[in-house]
Design a protein around this ligand. Structure first.
Ligand SMILES: C[C@H](N)C(=O)N[C@@H](Cc1c[nH]cn1)C(=O)O
Ligand SMILES: [Zn+2]
Ligand SMILES: [Zn+2]
Length: 481
């Protein structure tokens, strides 16, 4: 074990209640990036984070990112960047960590058992609240690592660079250019030796993993309009062509019940599966019961773990997300919506190029709509896209993280890919030219993006130990390997 880790672990345990309190304060700020009305709360959350780190002596800056593309009246929340210790120690490695302080939308009426913005801890140590696992718990993890070192009187093992954003759940608007600029010689992130991101989840509930791949995400909207205003369906039903009817038919043509994407040409963009790669999946510690537990049902597409994991990591998927302008309240409103906007996204994988995917999507959607011979008007466009990422796990950054997992959890981690997307991962890799590691804190049952999102107390507290131990092992790892 790296020297002093035992003292560090005990100190983390002794501060556990303070760390939960810090998470409680963060969850109470509804920093929903997708909702315009919440923009001030997103900013508030960024400033809260900055304040917590400044109180621990970090050098912090809130950097403006300009206006939100397509919503020029709206300022993007700042990139909160920092350095700890405030003055660089030239003899130590420099690790750049990234996380996001915005969250997905949440409302009690969606079906939450408790208020989503009140951290609620049950008797099993499950800490419920929007952002608890995605990504406030892991982001605060770094704050807690610093505090624990100070309390334990242990020298901080590395130079820590931090980059926390407030638009990740909305396609990381504005961040790519900022990262690229700040990775240039002499700029804030220029000295990074490696990057670590904690913003994903274990495959199950017991065994940590290190993640070396992510799917990309291309997010589209289909707008169909016709009448000049919403209409009474008793008066106009049977007289006007209805946008919602067309939209349902177009959206229904995108994917089948077993997840097969119906857009011609998409499958052909996917890198062929090799025999060697296929064999990797059988050794991964994952069972169909893990899936059923996190699904909350047994409605899986495949009956076996290999095809399930490939469906999540290795192949593209298309999901329908919702319809803007459609009636969605309880009750029985009888209005014909004049304009509806359907939302769907495609999770992309090697070797799919986003531009090629866009071209196939636009062509197909326009063709399906044309086949309807509707007099309504169609508009299809890309809202945002981020590319997939696959890295080498044979790097000292991963070796250090594996040692940290063994030290804290007494097991070897699984090496996994991930079905979700963190678009800036690839940006960090390309802009720094360094290895990027994903080191998750939460578990498969955390329900990120869903109702009743939670982070287990164990994952939070042991996760803080893990992040700190990782920095100690990183400091010790030889450059090769
Ligand atoms: C994995 C990460 N915690 C996450 O949830 N990422 C989002 C990012 C996103 C939003 N639009 C496109 N990508 C996700 O995978 O949905
Ligand atoms: Zn996230
Ligand atoms: Zn998320």
């Amino acid at each position: 074990m790296a020297p002093q880790l035992d003292t560090y672990y005990k100190t983390v345990d002794s501060l556990a209640e303070d760390f939960i309190e810090r998470l409680r304060k963060a969850v109470a700020i509804p920093s929903i990036s997708a909702e315009e009305a919440r923009r001030q709360d997103v900013v508030k959350m960024g400033l809260f984070l900055k304040g917590e780190l400044e109180a621990l002596g970090a050098h912090m800056e809130a950097r403006p990112l300009g206006k939100q593309p397509g919503k020029e009246h709206l300022e993007l929340p700042p990139a909160v960047i920092g350095r700890y210790p405030a003055k660089k120690d030239e003899s130590k490695r420099t690790i750049l960590v990234y996380g996001h302080y915005d969250v997905q939308p949440a409302d009690l009426s969606d079906g939450w058992a408790t208020d989503p913005f009140t951290l609620t801890v049950d008797d099993k140590g499950r800490m419920y609240g929007r952002g608890s696992t995605d990504d406030k718990g892991p982001v605060l993890g770094w704050v807690n690592v610093i505090q624990s070192h100070q309390k334990a009187g242990i020298e901080f093992p590395v130079n820590l660079l931090m980059c926390f954003e407030g638009m990740e759940e909305y396609g990381s608007e504005g961040l790519d250019d900022f990262i690229e600029a700040e990775c240039k010689p002499g700029k804030f992130f220029a000295d990074a030796d490696a990057v670590c991101i904690s913003d994903n989840y274990w495959l199950g509930t017991e065994k940590p993993c290190l993640t070396y791949g992510l799917r990309g995400c291309s997010y589209y909207s289909i707008e169909i309009s016709g009448p000049g205003q919403d209409l009474h369906s008793g008066v106009f039903g049977g007289t006007a062509q209805e946008p919602m009817t067309d939209l349902v038919r177009v959206m229904g043509s995108l994917v089948d019940t077993d997840g097969n994407i119906q857009i011609p040409g998409i499958k052909e963009l996917v890198a062929p599966l090799t025999k060697e790669e296929e064999s990797l999946y059988k050794d991964i510690a994952f069972t169909m019961d893990n899936l059923y537990e996190s699904l909350g049902s047994q409605t899986s597409i495949f009956p076996d773990k290999e095809r399930t994991l490939m469906g999540r990591w290795r192949f593209p998927s298309l999901s329908l997300h919702g319809v803007e302008g459609a009636f969605s309240q309880p009750g029985a409103k009888t209005v014909i919506p004049a304009k509806v906007i359907g939302k769907f996204s495609i999770r992309t994988v090697p070797d799919m190029q986003p531009d090629d995917v866009d071209a196939l999507v636009f062509k197909y959607v326009k063709q399906v709509f044309a086949d309807l011979k509707s007099k309504n008007k169609l508009n299809v466009h890309l809202q945002h896209s981020g590319k997939w990422w696959v890295a080498s796990p044979k790097h000292w950054n991963f070796t250090a993280a594996a040692k940290a997992v063994e030290s804290v959890f007494k097991v070897k981690p699984d090496l996994t890919r991930e079905g979700g997307s963190i678009p800036v991962t690839l940006t960090f890799e390309q802009a720094t030219g360094k290895n990027v590691l994903l080191l998750p804190m939460g578990s498969s049952t955390d329900a990120a993006h869903s109702i009743n999102e939670k982070l287990d107390r164990r994952n939070y507290i042991e996760g803080i130990k893990l992040l700190g131990a990782y920095l100690h092992y990183v400091a010790e790892e030889p450059t090769e390997g």
